[in-house]
Design a protein around this ligand. Structure first.
Ligand SMILES: [Mg+2]
Length: 412
């Protein structure tokens, strides 16, 4: 079997409301590049890549010269062909490699008549549990709905997500407002959903001392973990000495070098594996194996996904024995998807692992056209900017917080 063509289509799919985070905001939509890899026997494999609000089409166009004629089963060869570690100093293609790996695994699954999880060792669970992902949200620009800014709004948002999707684990994304205010919100959510489990993630923008203070304030809550309270392994190590709960990361351990460093001198307890950041599903499975050996915790990270990437997260979650926590997904903030049958459904806080051959999701061509047209109309957005604070940028450690009293609605 040989690859005959690679196509990429950029789409933008609306979110219920703009999602605020420490570095800026998702401006009311995700921009994703959908990749199709075609083979000489007519199979089409699907991949997906994000990119901070920007299109990645050009990267995949360039990959055609490398990969046309390549056997999609030779995935290790492909790793060195397009993401050789020294060459990557010049052209960081780890994320592109990930999208192409998804597509090749999808092709192999279709060819062999098995779901991707069967290629990866076989599933240990039929459904992958997810955490609610609670963001501070600006109001929807069109109708003003969906705002999560006040303590009451955040609690109502959490209760609504639990009622609608059945989540029993809740992640709050912070790093937007002053830590004291975010602590008040986190405590209120934990009180309102007593009996559930919680996790907090300020995206690494606190000082080490703020992180220690915050961590100590929340020790009585049933925390899964505190995620990236500071940026850097040395800060994480210092926080870990003084706070009695596991620390997790999706920022300072995102490759095997960093994983080895963390094993040799532990700074983080739980590694959040991202099928994009790590360069594919298979490297995540390998990393989970290292974590199993050293008894580190594992969960699945979300870097913002449509149904194709979500499928990669489900196949990953299905095959790793040490998935010790519910996975993360931005998915429920989306209003639609580009896969056949519409958005995959949550039941009791979990999503079923697709059991059709390959990734188990197919493109809805009409939706792809609709959201590609929407992308052409709206273009990119700056993921690391706040629409209501032009010129603002956070520093690390940050002290340039947003104002929780600011009721304005960005018209984006
Ligand atoms: Mg995180």
């Amino acid at each position: 079997m040989k690859i005959t063509d690679i196509r990429a289509t950029t789409v933008t799919v609306p979110l219920e409301a703009p999602l605020r985070h420490a570095n800026g905001c998702h401006w009311g939509r995700f921009v994703r590049t959908i990749v199709e890899v075609e083979t000489d026997d007519g199979l089409i494999g699907l991949g997906e890549m994000g990119g901070g609000g920007e299109s990645a089409e050009a990267v995949f166009r360039a990959m055609k010269n490398y990969l046309v004629g390549h056997d999609p089963a030779r995935l290790e060869e492909m790793r060195f062909l397009i993401a050789n570690p020294t060459a990557s100093l010049y052209n960081n293609r780890t994320q592109a490699l990930a999208a192409l790996e998804f597509a090749c695994l999808d092709i192999l699954g279709q060819k062999w008549g098995v779901p991707v999880c069967d290629i990866l060792g076989g599933k240990l669970r039929d459904r992958v549990p997810f955490a609610s992902y609670l963001f501070f949200r600006y109001p929807n620009a069109a109708d003003g709905s969906g705002e999560a800014r006040t303590v009451e709004q955040m609690v109502a948002h959490a209760l609504e997500l639990k009622a609608k999707y059945g989540f029993t684990s809740h992640k709050m994304k912070g790093g937007v407002f002053p830590p004291e205010y975010e602590l008040e919100c986190y405590r209120a959510v934990a009180r309102a959903l007593d009996g559930d489990r919680f996790r907090f993630d300020p995206n690494g923008v606190w000082s080490t001392e703020t992180a220690i203070w915050f961590g100590q304030q929340i020790e009585s809550i049933r925390n899964d973990y505190l995620e990236d309270p500071v940026f850097g392994m040395n800060g994480m190590r210092r926080v870990r000495e003084k706070v009695r709960m596991p620390l997790a990361t999706n920022t300072v351990v995102v490759n095997f070098e960093q994983l080895a460093a963390n094993v040799l001198e532990t700074a983080v307890d739980v590694i959040l594996l991202d099928t994009t950041f790590w360069g594919g599903i298979r490297p995540c499975v390998r990393a989970a194996g290292v974590c199993e050996t050293f008894q580190l915790g594992v969960a699945v990270h979300s870097s913002g996904e449509l149904g194709i990437q979500l499928a990669t997260m489900l196949h990953l979650g299905a095959v790793i024995p040490n998935l010790s926590f519910a996975a993360d997904a931005h998915y429920h903030h989306l209003t639609d998807d580009i896969i056949e049958g519409g958005k995959l459904e949550y039941r009791d806080g979990a999503i079923e692992v697709p059991d059709r051959p390959g990734l188990g999701v197919r493109l809805d061509r009409d939706k792809l056209a609709e959201y590609s047209e929407l992308y052409r109309r709206l273009g990119n957005y700056p993921y690391d900017q706040d629409p209501l604070r032009p010129g603002w940028t956070p520093i690390i450690p940050n002290d340039r917080w947003a104002d929780p009293q600011d009721e304005r609605r960005p018209l984006i």
